[in-house]
Design a protein around this ligand. Structure first.
Ligand SMILES: *[C@@H]1O[C@H](CO)[C@@H](O)[C@H](O)[C@H]1NC(C)=O
Ligand SMILES: *[C@@H]1O[C@H](CO)[C@@H](O)[C@H](O)[C@H]1NC(C)=O
Ligand SMILES: *[C@@H]1O[C@H](CO)[C@@H](O)[C@H](O)[C@H]1NC(C)=O
Ligand SMILES: *[C@@H]1O[C@H](CO)[C@@H](O)[C@H](O)[C@H]1NC(C)=O
Ligand SMILES: *[C@@H]1O[C@H](CO)[C@@H](O)[C@H](O)[C@H]1NC(C)=O
Length: 419
């Protein structure tokens, strides 16, 4: 941290160096210039958030013990934040008001009694069958999120359809339940990565049809549940904005009315697939730079078709398909994660939702014992130290291996706790 006379009110600037130099050089001299007089962006107070993948609901929390004091303490450390409950599984989730099958029938499997065999790899791409989320399970989800002061957004099943239209009947049942219990759900989302449906399911929902489905969601939130009329609406959660088709889908959705409905235009980002991930890729400047293009595209398209709409990285991590074992969950992934936060803040993303708080190899908590992985600590430090004002910083390094970002210090958390 350096003290400067600048627009950061207590004259402090956080400088983040994310260095990916892979060899030890004898001496490197780099000039770094920070413009402390102008603010290039101002971040949302809840800039960094997390996801709980819907597969976790399917698998009844896997090994996450939401009643454990240590899990709650770790989770609470990251608040305030958004947590997105969503993912592939959300389009196979059917809500049913009632109790779960007795937990004792699950107790025989899994070390903590939650029915998943962790000796086998969980294949996150192969869960394309319907499952039930009971009211009782939703209670446990809500009470966890509430106890750790997280703001939950919930992803609704868009594959429940009546002819070419979304059939909202099951969503309305869930909302009735939420309303009756006086639960506070911060936001709603409809479907997950709809541009990839054809690839995964051989089924297509066109972007303009999805926009109409979102209009229906908006009407429901205003006409049937006026108490939810200030909920955020997030979408279209398009993935792979590096591809023409995906860009077209994202654009068409916003253009054909979706842009007037959503509070935040969302897209998902992974640098590569877990199947092909190598250690080198985690430090490769070209790989890291690939994010910049997608962020700029998403921001430009959104500004054009929906000028007042925020842009969120609605689900994002290092490697898709559950994360890369021994990489996404280790120290080396930290460079990539910090660089993503730097890029997102610099190029105008309002909120970044990290896949995932728990589950998969990109999890912030260890899959088996829920102890924090390195990225957990980095996230905690980031939230405590890095402030909302983003400054322009340039460096003379041309290799792309030195990555520098500057923000004003987070006065609210850092100064109050330490002075
Ligand atoms: C435990 O898991 C196995 C394999 O997934 C399954 O066949 C068995 O029925 C499960 N046992 C209980 C008690 O749920
Ligand atoms: C899930 O349930 C819905 C509603 O009953 C049905 O239309 C759909 O085909 C089911 N999907 C799968 C994959 O079984
Ligand atoms: C997040 O939750 C807090 C506490 O329940 C609430 O005061 C706040 O308005 C929520 N923020 C959003 C954006 O929903
Ligand atoms: C939202 O609903 C409340 C009543 O619950 C109403 O007073 C308010 O005007 C509504 N706002 C909008 C934007 O519809
Ligand atoms: C940041 O600074 C560089 C070099 O001084 C300048 O070229 C660039 O336009 C600035 N960017 C912004 C967003 O102000």
């Amino acid at each position: 941290m350096i003290r400067l006379n600048s627009l950061c009110s207590t004259c402090q600037v956080m400088l983040a160096f994310v260095s990916c130099f892979t060899e030890i050089h004898a001496a490197i001299s780099v000039r770094v210039k920070i413009d402390v007089k102008s603010e290039i962006n101002r971040l949302n107070e809840n800039f960094v958030g997390f996801t709980l993948d819907s597969s976790l609901l399917r698998h009844h929390w896997e090994n996450l013990d939401v009643r454990s004091k240590s899990v709650q303490t770790l989770a609470k450390g990251l608040s305030p934040c958004f947590v997105r409950v969503g993912g592939t599984g959300s389009d196979f989730l059917i809500f049913k008001n009632g109790k779960s099958i007795s937990s004792s029938s699950r107790a025989a499997n899994g070390s903590l009694g939650y029915g998943i065999d962790l000796s086998n790899e969980v294949d996150y791409t192969k869960h394309l069958t319907n499952f039930t989320m009971t009211g009782e399970f939703f209670d446990s989800l809500y009470s966890f999120v509430q106890s750790v002061s997280w703001n939950m957004t919930f992803d609704l099943n868009v594959l429940l359809r009546e002819k070419e239209w979304w059939d909202p009947e099951n969503a309305i049942q869930l909302m009735r339940y939420v309303a009756k219990k006086n639960y506070r759900v911060s936001g709603w989302e409809l479907g997950n990565e709809p541009n990839a449906f054809y690839h995964i399911l051989g089924y297509r929902i066109n972007a303009d049809q999805l926009a109409d489905d979102y209009k229906r969601l908006y009407q429901i939130l205003h006409d049937i549940f006026p108490q939810f009329n200030s909920s955020l609406i997030l979408g279209p959660s398009v993935t792979k904005l590096c591809k023409e088709n995906s860009i077209a889908y994202f654009t068409n959705f916003l253009q054909s009315g979706g842009g007037k409905i959503v509070t935040a235009a969302t897209f998902h980002h992974y640098y590569f697939s877990a199947k092909t991930a190598t250690e080198q890729m985690f430090l490769d400047p070209e790989v890291l730079d690939s994010l910049i293009e997608e962020v700029q595209l998403a921001v430009t398209i959104t500004r054009k078709w929906a000028p007042y709409t925020q842009v969120w990285l609605g689900e994002t991590s290092s490697a898709s398909g559950g994360g890369a074992k021994g990489l996404s969950d280790t120290y080396i992934a930290g460079f990539m994660w910090l660089d993503k936060l730097g890029v997102a803040a610099k190029y105008g993303i309002d909120v970044v939702l990290r896949q995932s708080f728990y589950s998969g190899h990109y999890s912030l908590l260890d899959h088996n014992d829920c102890s924090p992985n390195p990225d957990y600590w980095l996230t905690l430090l980031y939230k405590n130290l890095v402030g909302r004002t983003v400054l322009n910083v340039t460096s003379s390094d041309a290799s792309g291996q030195l990555r520098v970002y500057a923000h004003c210090t987070n006065i609210k958390r850092y100064v109050h706790r330490h002075i």
